[in-house]
Write a protein that binds this ligand. Structure first.
Ligand SMILES: Nc1ncnc2c1ncn2[C@@H]1O[C@H](COP(=O)(O)OP(=O)(O)OP(=O)(O)O)[C@@H](O)[C@H]1O
Ligand SMILES: [Mg+2]
Length: 237
């Protein structure tokens, strides 16, 4: 069985033309395996969010090739015009600001997408309660987001990202708004998900303290991607 979850060859991404031309990624090649927790690091403006959005089939690359699991999704153009369907089927997103919908309670936030994807309310809620249990937050199922702490909010956001059973989780600075203790617990949770559900997790982070918790570091350098092993006892940047 193919262990690769994400495979990218010679990916290029430019924005704009003429004076506003920016070349962000210029020939990135890398692979990420199922079950891996990857830290994606680079200075501000280097293209981390752009890269996540290309992997998530939100932002179209300029050129290159990309596989998600066994499916080749991009070969100098999207191979399936319905990129939303690929996203729905394969990807879970977690953002820095958790973007829970403020006027829906926790369980409705978690089930919203699954219901939009055609699951019945009962099916969606059953799985959502399992997720909330997994994240030790069932007692907040009927609370509103404003009644939760930052860490609880982020756990609900992670539960929501898992509601569609994605094979890839893309997290853009998921711990930026949390203190170190909460951050460690969120990253440990992502690692647990990666292992237990055989999911590839790519996490953008600026927080060096999170690096030892990851399996590998991908760094955007000179518009390319460099992979390095995590040093468990030294800082990397
Ligand atoms: N839609 C867009 N149009 C034009 N330029 C863009 C667009 N989106 C991003 N860029 C440019 O691409 C570069 C990379 O941006 P990106 O948001 O990916 O950086 P980042 O590494 O995520 O930074 P940060 O750490 O600040 O979040 C920046 O120079 C940015 O200005
Ligand atoms: Mg960014």
């Amino acid at each position: 069985m193919n262990q690769q979850s994400i495979h990218v060859e010679n990916l290029v991404k430019n924005f704009g033309k003429g004076d506003s031309f920016v070349d962000v990624i210029d020939g990135a090649s890398f692979s990420i395996d199922k079950g891996e927790l990857i830290a994606l690091i680079a200075p501000s403006g280097a293209g981390k969010t752009t890269l996540l959005m290309m992997i998530g089939c939100v932002e179209e690359p300029t050129s290159g090739e990309m596989w998600l699991g066994d499916e080749k999704v991009y070969d100098n153009k999207w191979l399936n015009k319905d990129t939303r369907a690929i996203r729905r089927e394969k990807i879970g997103f977690i953002f820095q600001a958790h973007y829970l919908i403020p006027f829906l309670n926790v369980i409705d936030n978690v089930t919203l997408l699954s219901q939009a994807n055609g699951q019945t309310k009962e099916e969606a809620e059953k799985f959502a309660m399992e997720l909330l249990k997994y994240f030790d937050i069932t007692e907040k199922a009927y609370a509103m987001p404003s009644q939760l702490s930052g860490g609880q909010n982020q756990r609900v956001a992670i539960a929501r990202a898992l509601a569609n059973k994605p094979k890839i989780i893309l997290a853009d600075e998921p711990t930026a708004a949390l203190d170190t203790e909460r951050s460690v617990s969120v990253v440990q949770m992502l690692k647990k998900i990666a292992i237990e559900q055989n999911v590839a997790v790519v996490m953008v982070t600026h927080d060096e303290a999170m690096l030892p918790l990851c399996d590998r570091i991908l760094k955007i350098e000179d518009k390319k991607i460099i992979s390095s092993k995590v040093m468990k006892d030294t800082t990397m940047i």
